[in-house]
Design a binder for this molecule. Structure first.
Ligand SMILES: C[S@@+](CC[C@H](N)C(=O)[O-])C[C@H]1O[C@@H](n2cnc3c(N)ncnc32)[C@H](O)[C@@H]1O
Length: 321
């Protein structure tokens, strides 16, 4: 059996979208991401160089479907190329015996913030004191820890207390934040996403990270949209997209979604938080920052922190006691 390696060089902002496209057509949804690194001179530790381009790869079997996959990927890259700089698709033939490990070679352990370490399941990591290890494999759901919006959330999470908290992760994607919260000491984490693939990925990642008892992943959202339903945590049903209302229930809400969703949800965030509760929002492109600030101010949420990375902004707000 022969394999084809399809690869493209993109900037860090485009990695998640290209990885999602490759996962749709690559063998078993497998995608490998190779970031540029800045090695440390005196230890095996290194940092990701977010200013340098990233290579995204996937593999397909060299059979009659390969041309189809290639055409779909080329079309998808063309569309993405209108928004971000995307290189040309490179194609290389690989023999069966080289393929089994080829894609894993490009995946590394990487650190985010001061404590989080993202480790692919086939790699070993010897944690040092205070490390919070998240075992995450590349998959179809957003959230491998590479996107600036996810990194900003994890960095802000390090600044707050999670011990014995009840947490909502809205727009959980891969579950990276939900699992992160569980590992930081949360007692219960409700992870919601409107995308069933994300719900599945979160449940699986919670299991891999021995956090399945703490993390409940459900298809749905918060507030009135898209469907009006009152369903408490315990009564939640899997299967249909629901919209959950919560009152004074969460110590922490984590929401890495677009600015336009945050603007609509101001009142729902406020209602769902306990007095003194903390809201971390990310996914806010800088042109929409003022809208989010105004929406949260209007409902009485107090801004505590603001962080930026590239064009992205993230906030920590608090509900008054
Ligand atoms: C940017 S990703 C964040 C994934 C992950 N939490 C992270 O930080 O990497 C946003 C996620 O929100 C989900 N989403 C979008 N709109 C939503 C909504 N109104 N309610 C719930 N989830 C939503 C998407 O399906 C996607 O998985």
């Amino acid at each position: 059996m022969q394999w084809l390696e399809l690869s493209v060089t993109v900037d860090t902002e485009a990695v998640e979208s290209v990885a999602e496209l490759f996962a749709q057509y690559g063998y078993n949804g497998g995608v490998a991401v190779e970031e540029a690194i800045i090695p440390s001179l005196d230890s095996p530790e290194y940092q990701i160089d977010t200013n340098k381009p990233v290579i995204v790869r996937t593999y397909v079997q060299a059979n009659e479907q390969a041309a189809d996959a290639q055409t779909h990927i080329e079309r998808g890259l063309w569309v993405l190329g209108m928004m971000r700089p995307v290189g040309e698709l490179q194609i290389k033939a690989i023999a069966e015996e080289d393929w089994a490990n080829a894609w894993k070679e490009h995946y590394r352990t990487h650190r985010i913030g001061k404590r989080f370490v993202i480790v692919p399941s086939w790699l070993e990591h010897e944690p040092v004191a205070n490390d919070v290890v998240l075992n995450l494999d590349p998959g179809m759901a957003f959230g491998t820890g590479l996107h600036p919006t996810t990194q900003l959330c994890l960095e802000l999470m390090e600044l707050i207390e999670f011990n014995n908290t009840t947490v909502l992760d809205l727009g959980c994607g891969s579950g990276i934040l939900a699992v992160g919260a569980a590992k930081l000491g949360s007692q219960r984490v409700l992870a919601l996403d409107t995308d069933p693939i994300a719900v599945e990925a979160t449940a699986e990642n919670a299991r891999i990270n021995h956090s399945a008892e703490l993390v409940t992943a459900l298809e749905g959202s918060l507030g009135d949209a898209p469907l009006e339903h009152w369903l408490g945590w315990e009564g939640a049903q899997l299967g249909t997209p629901q919209s959950y209302r919560h009152h004074n229930e969460f110590d922490v809400i984590l929401a890495n979604i677009l600015a336009k969703v945050h603007v609509v949800l101001g009142n729902d965030y406020l209602a769902a938080l306990k007095p003194g509760g903390v809201l971390i929002t990310s996914g806010i492109i800088n042109e929409r920052e003022a809208d989010v600030v105004a929406a949260f101010e209007a409902v009485g949420l107090e801004q505590v922190e603001r962080r930026t990375q590239g064009d992205w902004v993230a906030f920590t707000h608090r509900k008054p006691v």
